[in-house]
Ligand binder design. Structure first.
Ligand SMILES: CC(C)(COP(=O)(O)OP(=O)(O)OC[C@H]1O[C@@H](n2cnc3c(N)ncnc32)[C@H](O)[C@@H]1OP(=O)(O)O)[C@@H](O)C(=O)NCCC(=O)NCCS
Length: 169
């Protein structure tokens, strides 16, 4: 069954907040009560979907129900006098409901990459889950030897990709 991809609007904020809870609660036991989390996330998403950029969200819909989403933030660089593009992009919260999986993730990713190209993005970054690495690899994502990351949150349950570990998204 087809699931068209479109940009999210403010009207989607509640459904997207619920989807965010579903995704994260599938990874670890939440410490925040569902309704409180959904309410604050709906406000957060409403504020970001209200304006064009720096946040973008694509959704996949089936029979008027959102079954997947992907968020991307454009990150400005300091202006550059040399020939180098002036923003990066960060992809996060990539999630498709289990029953809808099979092709939607790739189409969400392609929509984001197309927009990043139009926005003249330099590099797109993300932290993959172990299982999703092949999806990103097919679209040009690779481990970079010159990228440094300092993890400051020692309490984080779902840690960034480490040897044999899970990752944060
Ligand atoms: C990742 C995800 C969005 C892909 O959605 P999808 O519609 O199945 O994607 P596609 O069919 O277009 O692409 C298939 C690829 O998805 C990835 N994938 C498949 N099942 C997955 C799973 N349970 N968890 C994570 N990634 C998965 C694989 O890379 C797969 O490629 P492969 O066939 O070479 O193994 C979806 O599986 C998901 O929501 N997983 C849980 C959340 C997650 O891991 N998100 C990624 C965080 S960066």
């Amino acid at each position: 069954m087809d699931a068209p991809i479109r940009l999210a609007t403010v009207a989607d904020a509640r459904a997207l907040a619920e989807l965010r809870y579903e995704f994260r609660a599938s990874i670890a036991q939440p410490t925040e009560e569902r309704e409180a989390f959904v309410a604050r996330t709906e406000r957060w998403m409403t504020d970001r979907l209200r304006v064009p950029g720096p946040w973008y969200c694509w959704v996949a819909e089936r029979e008027d129900v959102i079954v997947g989403n992907l968020w991307m933030q454009l990150i400005e660089k300091v202006p550059n006098p040399i020939p180098e593009q002036e923003c990066h992009a960060y992809i996060t919260n990539v999630y498709v409901r289990p029953a809808a999986r099979g092709g939607i993730g790739e189409r969400l990713l392609e929509a984001a990459i197309a927009t990043a190209r139009e926005a003249r993005v330099d590099a797109v970054i993300l932290w993959p889950t172990e299982q999703s690495r092949s999806l990103y690899a097919r679209h040009g994502f690779a481990v970079r030897g010159d990228l440094l990351e300092a993890v400051l949150d020692s309490e984080r349950i779902v840690a960034p990709q480490r040897e044999g570990g899970e990752s944060v998204t």
